[in-house]
Ligand binder design. Sequence first.
Ligand code: COA
Length: 402
Amino acid sequence: MNIGIEALSFYVPRYYLDLAALAAARGVDVDKYCIGLGQEKMAVPPPDEDVITMAANAGTQVLTHVDRNSIDTIMFATESGVDQSKAGAIFVHSLLDLPSTCRAFEIKQACCSSTAALDMAVALVHRHPDKKILIVAADVARYGFCTPGEPTQGAGAVAMVVSSSPRLVQLDNESGSYTEDVMDFWRPNYMDEAVVDGKLSIRTYLHALGESWQGYHRQSGRGLDEFERFCYHLPFTRMGEKAHAHLLAIGAATEGGAVSREPICRVSDSLHYNRQIGNSYTASLYISLSSMLEHADDLSGQRIGLFSYGSGCMASFFSGIVGNRYQEWLTGDLHRDMLGDRVELSYEAYEELYAQSGPITGDCQTPVHDTGQFRLAGITGHKRLYERVGASAAVPEPEPVA
Ligand code: COA
């Protein structure tokens, strides 16, 4: 049975900071960010936009041509969850008007949980080929102010429908995984920002890539020359180039120097969107896949390789075949318009939004910003209230502080 990605779309907040402005404020050569990290802009979410509203916006886009009643399960992958108990998927289920028979739950392992969700979705469709699974993955990548991670911040959400009509990418059965207990990046419950040992995270990412590839290679017998393109988890786009060079070196060693094709062209199409958005953790690999499908010349029937990395760490290398006539189902115009229509923030406005890192009390209203179709209206009695933009949710005024 053919199973894979039927539909794919992503959403990013309306605001961004040009990294030239950040470089000027930090007294850093802008080439370090643009060339050394491969980043030009970073998405900045306002306080009335969170992983739920971003995921709901991406979900609305991806369901345009899919019958909502056919969705059997919605899975939410995130490492910026809004509650320790209730799954973000339930809020999104409600905002998307999914049927009450549709299951909803959240799944976590750093940036890799969207790929774990994809694996689980494939298994569910295998059991019930007439069902469709909706995966939403959304994150706000937030590092400490003035830290090395700051220029790699970003935010975004991706939504995918997985089914037995894989119009975009039919997934192969083989995948190689790697798990190791390592503290390269984590976010304790009492912190808003991630704690990161950046250099260790790069070394661990590359090691995990090598191990995952070897596992995949042993299972499938495929060599690197059997792939037309590669997509990588992109904490910053130079990481994709570093990863690809590393993979080719490993491939050349294990395949007796047989890896022939020019390296950069096989990854560059996947970098366009992430360069304009920054890190989006769980969504990053699949925004990279969108970029590749929407920028590369015809990939119909070609095999692509994908590498998913989640700090901590767990990683997977897997693959798929791009569908025939996949171009008819892409939403590239929507993505390009969304990125092109964003509002540029001054450095001062970024600093102000950074300081308002989301609601911290159980009763508050959030200021109205320029958002997508959904926004966080506020919190009352510790309950988050979401609204459709244009339709007001009655959020009671918070009690004055005595
Ligand atoms: N022009 C061009 N390139 C420049 C430059 C300049 N003026 N100045 C520096 N660079 C290059 C460096 O040579 C380096 O490239 P290289 O890695 O190919 O050698 C790159 O820019 C980054 O410089 P570096 O000094 O290593 O940056 P840093 O110490 O500020 O930290 C990260 C970089 C990625 C470790 C940091 O941003 C971080 O911690 N990010 C979050 C964690 C993360 O994304 N991890 C990835 C795996 S999940």
